[in-house]
Design a protein around this ligand. Sequence first.
Ligand code: NI
Length: 172
Amino acid sequence: MALLPIRIYGDPVLRRVAEPVREFTPELRTLATDMIETMYAEPGVGLAAPQVGVSIRMIVIDPTAGDEKGKAFALINPVVTRSGEHVVIEEGCLSVPDIRADVVRPERVSVDYQTIAGEPAHLDADDMVARIIQHEYDHLDGILFVDRISPVRRQLLRKQLKALAKSQGKRS
Ligand code: NI
């Protein structure tokens, strides 16, 4: 098991559309385990593979939203169907440190995915878990939560985001 470095805003891997997972290898299982460990350590409630520099369609989520350890699991090749009313919840992201903002998204999701063993699975979720899944799923399409905030709020965050991207450029 290992903690993985988190890619930060400005890193091109965060803007890529991630590739479907086709082989359910021991390496994939190790990556999922490491991602879960990294998520808990940060701490966070969800993490997508591109955030650790691996452009594949795998996310891990904590279905207790931070209340209880040991329940996290991986969703591979998820397909998300959204429903319900649009609700406002404040979001943050391990790849966009020190920034939180309100994001409007549907309140419920229905997800078809594959487990780490490659088995088909299904999950219906609402509230925080639905929110976590939508946020992480966006990462697989190169979308960040700051893309979904109001134009006014984004304008206010413009300098902060620029600074993040610049510091990222220096690191790599
Ligand atoms: Ni995120």
